[in-house]
Ligand binder design. Structure first.
Ligand code: ZN
Ligand code: ZN
Length: 411
């Protein structure tokens, strides 16, 4: 008894069963009685020739097509092969099942600085860099460490103005005119404000007022801890307001940029967990969270940048290190991703670590939280929990523009 194989497009296969049955019933009506031996190609079932030979398309040997009425080819999409031919063609069949599957995606990438943790040290006042306390890049600094000693004539005159203004206040202390007292007092305030704007601390301003001595150098302190990654100026150089002197990177959290192929994108989601290894620490597995999926594809590499936030409190991960990453995506109904931690939850679109059970605002950026369902995750909705229809990966014949799956029609 021969087996009937029917070719379906994968998309067609995924349609609900009733329409597939209808298609088969309809095809059967098209049976045409034909008794002579017909030869066909196992790759091109539309080829039906009256004698043995080679397929005009692919030059493969033609195989005999069974001609008894019960197993006649019933449509152009169906192919009937004898048991003998089936063995020659080495056809294997496997059951199509509904089950949860996990897509394992492998990507490579690089460690980078967390851009949100970069600080620029700039001159707040024009002057000359008399001393740079950090001589070279790579030096770790703590918050509040002194970085620069700047000689500034402008600062000098601003301090002198403050001292003069304070003297003025004393001079008019006993004056009858309230207006005079107000004016001198506001001059003092303005002079103080200017010094603060130029980076002097309240303590420094108070010290100048107390001593009456002017300070011709201003010290610039580190606003944050981290590693000095750029030194943009040199000792003795004159700088303007806003000139960048150092860039400090806080490496307690780093970013990892991964390259994902277009075909992987359907299984990647904002907020997913990523595991990765490095060459520097063999066997050690690092973990991070997908925080950004580039909306634009890189035209040269045909890949999409995936940004992963990775905690790095011990500083093991260093920018530019290569990483090999894996993402395990559990595929649920409708191509959604099942993640037990995120199902039915709310998450900040900027901070994937902020996850809440109810709608609300992000603790970090105050942005309204979004439902994980809107990001392509499965929720508790029964339709999301339906198991997807799964075929063996070898079953799909990819023809270039579409994939074809042959389905054995039961006897
Ligand atoms: Zn052929
Ligand atoms: Zn946020």
């Amino acid at each position: 008894m021969g087996a009937v194989l029917a070719a379906f497009l994968v998309g067609y296969l995924l349609k609900p069963a009733p329409s597939a049955q209808h298609e088969q019933g309809h095809s059967t009506e098209q049976q045409a009685p034909e008794k002579k031996q017909v030869w066909t190609c196992s790759m091109h079932p539309q080829i039906k020739l009256p004698k043995k030979g080679l397929c005009p398309i692919c030059n493969m040997d033609l195989i005999p097509l069974e001609t008894d009425d019960s197993s006649m080819p019933t449509s152009i999409r169906q192919l009937t092969v004898s048991e003998n031919a089936r063995q020659l063609m080495d056809i294997e069949t496997a059951p199509v099942e509904r089950k949860f599957v996990t897509a394992t995606l492998r990507m490579v990438g690089k460690v980078d600085y967390d851009e949100t943790n970069l600080a620029s040290i700039t001159a707040w006042v024009p002057g000359r860099l008399d001393r740079l306390f950090v001589d070279y890049t790579g030096v770790p600094v703590k918050k509040g460490d002194h970085l620069v000693s700047l000689y500034s004539p402008d600062l000098l005159s601003a301090q002198e103005e403050l001292i003069q203004a304070l003297k003025g206040v004393q001079d008019v202390q006993n004056s009858e005119s309230a207006l005079m007292r107000d004016i001198t007092q506001s001059t003092v305030e303005a002079a103080r404000d200017r010094l603060r704007l130029w980076g002097l601390t309240d303590e420094q301003v108070a010290a100048i007022e107390k001593s009456g001595k002017v300070e011709d150098h201003v010290t610039i302190y580190a606003p944050t801890g981290g590693i000095v990654i750029h030194k943009n100026a040199f000792e003795g150089e004159y700088v303007k307001t806003g000139t960048k002197i150092y860039t400090i990177a806080d490496l307690s959290q780093v970013w990892v940029y991964l390259d994902a192929y277009e075909s992987d994108l359907q299984w990647l989601r904002y907020g997913q967990q990523v595991e990765f290894t490095t060459i520097a620490y063999p066997g050690q597995v690092f973990k991070g969270t997908i925080a950004f999926i580039d909306p634009v594809l890189n035209d040269k590499t045909r890949t999409i940048k995936i940004r992963v936030n990775v905690p790095n409190s011990d500083g093991q991960l260093k920018p530019k290190m290569f990483v090999k990453a894996t993402v395990q995506s559990q595929v649920a109904g409708g191509g959604r991703i099942m993640d037990a931690d995120l199902a039915g939850q709310w998450v900040c679109p900027m901070h994937p670590e902020i996850i809440k059970a109810e709608s609300g605002k992000c603790d970090i950026c105050q942005m309204p939280l979004v439902q994980t369902e809107s990001l392509g995750y499965a929720s508790d909705d029964p339709s999301h929990l339906e198991k997807p229809l799964v075929i063996p990966v070898t079953a799909a014949l990819v023809t270039g523009t579409r994939a074809i799956v042959y389905v054995e029609v039961p006897d």
